[in-house]
Design a protein around this ligand. Sequence first.
Ligand code: GTA
Length: 328
Amino acid sequence: MGDAPLKRENEGDELGQKAKKQKGDPEADPSGNGEECGEENILSGFKTTAVLKDSAREKTIFLHGKLDEQEAVVILQKTPITAASVAEMFACSKLKLEMRNDIYSTYHLQPPAHLNVLKATVVCPATEKHVKKYQVQESFLVEETGEDYLSITLPYIQEKSFSLQWVFNILEKKAEADRIVYEDPDPDVGFVLLPDFKWDQKQTHDLYLIAIVHQRDLKSIRELTAAHLPLLQNICTKGKEAILERYGLPASKLRVYFHYQPSYYHLHVHFTALASEAPGGGVERAHLLSDVVQNLRADGGFYRQRSLSFPLRADDGLLAKFQQAGRL
Ligand code: GTA
């Protein structure tokens, strides 16, 4: 159930795979790249200057470099293997024996190109903050009071946080409009639900969507009060309903939460599959939507007044601000 193929996407995907199979037929095109390489390969000009992070376990590499003379970050990630593709993979791959010992054997399996796709994420032009965000760094846990938020964090994020242009593009249908899974257009309680750009949408075991609120004056959970309960309840109910309808995943299989601190200071909710380990899902950063709702019901000023803890990376300017204020 957890890795059930997507309802709509997989129908399209299987059709897409058949088309690609003909196009990228390894017999006709040994590189497996077909025309696609010449068409849109903006990455052919990418020059790597540094490896920011890599993980053999997550099969990801984060690269810093130059793309057309502009600073860029490129993330390459091996995508999960879907159960639906296994039969074709076994039938069509080249298999080379690596070793055999008693009942054990390992192979080098070379699937056809259309079953061997990497997900590439490109940030260009990338700011220094983007480069730092993806770099491996020591972290420090900070405990922020309500007063710290107003005197240290808020002034810092007003000056230094990431651009929200991508968020406004989504809300105004200037980008990703065709990816929207659900929208409630109400200006007070409405939101847009769409796949997070970390998810390749091929299988539900790593499902990842975000709900972005239409209200523009809410930066993070710090600014929520009891007045926002209708908004939060609306996201909770309609977001879960939309995911059940589109992907067949019930609420009991979802982790629905905020990040504090987030990277992008426009209120949004993460919907991830319970079976997955999404980055930022740890107790030091994730706040379950259901807990936030209950805390606000018990005390409407909870998130304005209570201390909140979160990790900051060694080179984060906000950490320096906490240090200068003698709060660390
Ligand atoms: N649909 O243009 C976008 C877009 N952008 C720019 C960001 N997001 C977007 N979604 C769409 N279109 O989940 C998504 C992000 C994130 C959410 C913002 O919006 O993918 P947040 O404000 O709480 O920020 O959420 P967060 O979680 O820190 O950001 P992010 O990018 O997920 O980074 C956290 C860590 O995840 C990184 O440090 C890195 O270790 C890891 N990570 C980031 N991107 C990738 C990736 N592509 N592949 C693998 N790991 C990644």
